[in-house]
Write a protein that binds this ligand. Structure first.
Ligand code: FAD
Length: 475
């Protein structure tokens, strides 16, 4: 007789009813399969009693994608092994992994590979406990997507478990399906599909040579308007240097810096960084990647000159190089998102109806200055508090509203609705990297085109006719 696979949803599993969106769901049972065979056994049982399944990775999502609405929770965090590594005749480095492998485990596994050159997996949504399956399913990107682009580019194949328990191998470029009048790679239906079409039971990741040179520079501004000008110049300045590129450009406002600094004493990695002076109104973190030191240096010099023109003292900038030092800078940037989530958690202790209120909208038509000034004016007009950080490219800002009570929370929700409508009307993206899930579903349904919603429903009906996967997500 095999081991017990399915457990009733008892008190000790409460944490699996929630994710970083702070939504809380419901479920009757939970399982933690350790291999594909066990997933198939569980799915057969769920199919027999028509019980829908919510697929979970690391539960770090911030749109409630992995929060169960009912039925069974299939948590894949125990499937975290490397299955194979090979180099193709064309020189592509392919790593086959189980879906529950976390970003941290993946980084360690890649370091252990015996290869001539150092390799890495470019998608890095910074949260080290997020899993490869969750990243693939949400299309999560992270700060270096400015240079490396979409996560899909770095997933070559997947083994998918379908609603009826059959298993399908899907390779990039092999099959297409029609979507909104265009041909879409079948693999991409599942990548970014938020677990609505099937279980990614194994993923083949495409690794890239790690840049030999990585530099990180944090610039500080006493007037936030100077930071806005710096950001806009980053988009227009000639930063084309052969052999190096800007990989990340991240904005953080004073409220974000304060929230991070408050937690400094508790975080070893942050403690080693100097304090940000009280006169600082905003900061911008830039990461430069390249294979040649001279090229990276050339970009750094252009940035230093730009900083001087924008009234930021280059002598006060934090400039570091190499993986270990860069990691500290990334911890600081990551702490922006963590601190916002912790502040919401604190507020929730008083008012449990409050969930995370963070935008994931992007609009590249306008300049940075106009986009952020509009957000700030609206927040001030409603008398709300917020911390603002995010990616300068595409004006992809995460505005985190910090409500004092439920009334302010409702005001924040209304603001989100208004912004979403405006962004959609200007052909921007209402949801860019965090997924729609359950939290952003009302915004998505209000702003996505009728054709787009119908096409997603058609795909859902084709690939999940029994309504087995992730009930209540997205549509
Ligand atoms: C502090 C913090 C910072 C963050 N920063 C970023 C950032 O910079 N950029 C960014 O993009 N995101 C960021 N995120 C969001 C989050 O890390 C990502 O959305 C991540 O992709 C979620 O991975 P997960 O394993 O936790 O997935 P979960 O939250 O468990 O699940 C997410 C979705 O994926 C589905 N899923 C999971 N595994 C599978 C599978 N094997 N097969 C099918 N479906 C599956 C689930 O059903 C669900 O719909 C951040 C989160 C936190 C908490």
């Amino acid at each position: 007789m095999g081991r017990q696979l399915i457990y009733p949803m008892e008190e000790r599993y409460q944490e699996y009813l929630s994710d970083e969106s702070k939504m809380v769901g419901k479920a009757d049972s939970i399982s933690f399969p350790e291999n594909e065979g066990e997933i198939l056994e569980i799915i057969a049982e769920m199919n027999a009693c028509h019980t829908p399944v919510t697929i979970q990775g690391g539960k770090t999502g911030i749109a409630g994608c992995a929060v169960p609405a009912r039925g069974h929770v299939l948590n894949l965090s125990h499937m975290n092994q490397v299955k194979a590594f090979n180099k193709t005749a064309q020189g592509e480095a392919l790593l086959k992994v189980e879906p529950g492998m976390t970003l941290l485990e993946l980084k360690k596994a890649i370091k252990k590979l015996k290869t001539e050159e150092e390799l890495f997996w470019p998608p890095d949504p910074t949260e080290s406990s997020s899993t490869v399956g969750g990243i693939a399913s949400c299309g999560a990107k992270g700060i270096c997507s400015r240079l490396y682009g979409d996560t899909r580019k770095y997933i070559q194949a997947a083994r998918v478990i379908q609603w009826d328990g059959s298993v399908k191998e899907i390779k990039r470029g092999e099959t297409t399906v029609s979507f909104l009048g265009r041909e879409k790679d079948l693999l991409d239906v599942y990548l970014g599909g938020e677990g609505m079409f099937g279980i990614l039971a194994e993923l083949t990741l495409r690794l890239e040579p790690r840049p030999k040179e990585m530099w990180g520079i944090s610039f500080f501004f006493e007037k936030k308007e100077d930071a806005f000008t710096f950001a806009d110049n980053l988009m227009t300045e000639d930063l084309q240097v052969e052999g190096a590129s800007i990989a990340a450009a991240e904005y953080m406002d004073r409220a974000t810096i304060d929230a991070i600094e408050e937690r400094k004493e508790m975080m070893t990695a942050l403690k080693e960084l100097p304090d940000v002076g009280a006169e600082v109104a905003a900061m911008i973190y830039i990461e430069i990647h390249g294979m040649e030191e001279e090229a990276v240096e050339e970009i750094a010099e252009i940035l230093m000159e730009l900083a001087v023109r924008c009234d930021s003292d280059p002598d006060r900038a934090w400039a570091v190089s190499g993986e270990t030092e860069i990691e500290k800078m990334r911890v600081f940037r990551h702490a922006a998102a963590e601190s916002a989530n912790l502040l919401i958690e604190k507020i929730r202790q008083r008012e449990p109806r409050i969930t995370k209120l963070g935008t994931d909208m992007s609009l590249d038509k306008e300049d940075f200055q106009s986009v952020i000034a509009k957000y700030e004016a609206d927040i001030a007009q409603e008398g709300l508090k917020a911390c603002i950080f995010g990616h300068i490219g595409g004006n992809h800002l995460h505005i985190n509203i910090l409500p004092e009570d439920y009334e302010e929370y409702e005001k924040g929700c209304k603001l989100f609705e208004a912004w979403a409508k405006e962004i959609a009307a200007q052909q921007g993206k209402v949801v860019t990297e965090h997924g729609v899930g359950k939290l952003k579903k009302p915004l998505f349904l209000q702003t996505a085109s009728k054709d787009c919603i119908e096409e997603i429903q058609r795909l859902k009906h084709t690939y999940d006719p029994a309504g087995m996967w992730n009930p209540e997500n997205m549509i």
